[in-house]
Design a protein. Structure first.
Length: 115
């Protein structure tokens, strides 16, 4: 990510979630440093989320029985033509049109959690 070779997509909503976790689990300074770093990277696109995006995410969450923020990520990925997500969240595993390289590696090493 730091080298700028790949384009990174993250939503303002998901940044907020990361900042909350960093603040609570580590400290506020860590959250501030993370945000400053994200904002300094030219290869990071921060997707805005409006009512229409949330409505699409809600429909996707209902149809796929997904957590709403996961559905939001998928809707944004579709909007921005992004096909790969870096996550260890197995809710993304098997979603058509999305590659999950970290999950694939974890499955190779440890097996799928639902088997």
């Amino acid at each position: 990510m730091d080298e700028g070779r790949e384009q990174i997509l993250i939503s303002a909503v998901h940044i907020g979630g990361i900042l909350n976790i960093l603040s609570k689990k580590l400290n506020v300074a860590s959250a501030i440093m993370f945000l400053a770093r994200i904002l300094s990277l030219k290869n990071v696109t921060i997707a805005e989320v409006d009512r229409a995006i949330y409505q699409d995410a809600l429909q996707f969450a209902i149809s796929e029985n997904l957590e709403p923020n996961d559905a939001l990520a998928i809707v944004l990925m579709s909007k921005y033509d992004c096909e790969e997500i870096l996550t260890f969240d197995f809710d993304f595993y098997g979603i058509r049109g999305i590659r999950t390289p970290l999950l694939e590696e974890e499955i190779k090493l440890f097996g799928a959690p639902y088997e």
